[in-house]
Design a protein around this ligand. Structure first.
Ligand SMILES: Cc1cc2nc3c(=O)[nH]c(=O)nc-3n(C[C@H](O)[C@H](O)[C@H](O)COP(=O)(O)O)c2cc1C
Length: 357
């Protein structure tokens, strides 16, 4: 697959996954370089969500990309991935209301409207309700867009092959887009054109900092996480997908609903089938795929590639395992987030298994 001049050796992407192994001040570590380099046979790695600013932080020990030392940390990661023959995009992100003041020096998270996220913020030792976020003023929003442009410049400087705007999963851009979380009456709320403005302006700013074909976008029209939803998802997301297509973004990743979303009765059950015809952008489907399901979707033409999430946690050599129809390691949810190599860099490869046998 050719991604605007970037030769991808297969159609198996590694989906963005937070693993919370950066330093307390949000700098990537050598262990992260090892983790990503071990997964370099993926067609393309998309990093864990990476905050564009102090205000955008919503993960304890999550990485950022707004300081010089963070650029240096990420350069170590991209060098390791490239040395191992891989390609890597940085997922850029602002958490919006999905954060807690206790992990942000007491500062309230911000959002389009003063409505708390559903669910709990998880600290290592406790859970807490999400607070009522502070409503952003219209005057503050251009600075957030500028943060995404700056982080894109930093990503380029750090040696990434491209960037992905995280506009899914109930974070800031999704909060502006969907009408359950956006009750504004100014130019950033109300009509879909206004609710989509943050995504579209951010994408344009990111492209201005690099190039439109290096900018991917992730959308989740059927994701109920953190209490998300929209009264007319087909119109809302259809508008965004078409507008992104008009701007010729580099690629579009869209999430299928998971079991929880389906139980909640979300409106669009087949995301790739519904939205693929609305765009000419390279289309990547995600959520719930194994090898067989992925091959079916690729064969049907509903996607150009599949992004695998949890399978990549436990199978660094997922491409080789799919090729060989080999056995798959099972991921351990207890080590998804947190410190150290356990459950992070210690999952075996098929070759390691053979050598041990
Ligand atoms: C531990 C973990 C962390 C995740 N972190 C992120 C993230 O930082 N950004 C993101 O867009 N999605 C994140 N996701 C969602 C995955 O990218 C993916 O959409 C999800 O796991 C569904 O794909 P799968 O069925 O192949 O696992 C995360 C998922 C897991 C399991």
């Amino acid at each position: 697959m050719d991604l605007h001049g970037l030769a991808l050796p297969n159609r198996i992407w590694m989906s963005a996954m937070t693993r919370a192994r950066a330093t307390a001040d949000n700098r990537p570590t050598p262990l992260m370089a090892e983790y990503y380099a071990r997964r370099a046979t993926a067609a393309l790695i998309v990093t864990e969500c990476t905050a564009v600013s102090e205000q955008g932080k919503g993960v304890i020990n999550g990485p950022g990309l707004w300081r010089e030392d963070q650029i240096g940390g990420w350069r170590m990661v991209t060098n390791a991935v490239h040395a191992a023959g891989g390609r890597i995009f940085c997922q850029l992100w602002h958490c919006g209301r999905v954060a807690h003041p206790d992990m942000r020096r007491g500062v309230l998270p911000v959002a389009p409207s003063p409505l708390p996220a559903e669910g709990k913020f998880k600290f290592p030792d406790r859970e807490a309700d999400f607070p009522i976020p502070r409503e952003l003023s219209a005057e503050e929003i251009p600075a957030i867009v500028a943060d995404f442009a700056a982080a894109t410049r930093n990503a380029r400087g750090a040696g990434f092959d491209g960037v992905e705007l995280h506009a899914a999963n109930g974070y800031l851009h999704d909060q502006f887009l969907q009408d359950i979380s956006n009750k504004r009456t100014d130019a950033w709320g109300g009509a879909v054109e206004n609710r989509a403005r943050l995504i579209l302006e951010t994408v344009e700013a990111m492209a201005g900092a690099w190039s439109m074909d290096r900018v991917g976008v992730r959308l989740g029209p059927s994701i109920s996480l953190y209490g998300m939803g929209d009264s007319d998802p087909l119109t809302t997301f259809g508008y965004v997908v078409r507008e992104l297509d008009r701007r010729r973004i580099g690629c579009l990743t869209m999430l299928e609903p998971n079991k929880k979303d389906l139980e909640k009765g979300i409106a669009i059950e087949q995301v790739a089938k519904t939205f693929r015809p609305m765009t000419t952008a390279p289309f990547i489907a995600n959520t719930g795929f194994d090898k067989a399901k992925g091959m079916n979707v690729l064969r049907s033409g509903d996607a150009d590639a599949i992004a695998y999430g949890s399978l990549y946690i436990a199978n660094p050599d997922l491409v080789a395992r799919f090729k060989a129809d080999g056995p798959l390691n099972k991921p351990d949810p207890h080590t998804f987030y947190g410190a150290g190599p356990k459950g992070y860099t210690d999952y075996s490869t098929l070759t390691a298994n053979e050598e041990a046998a």
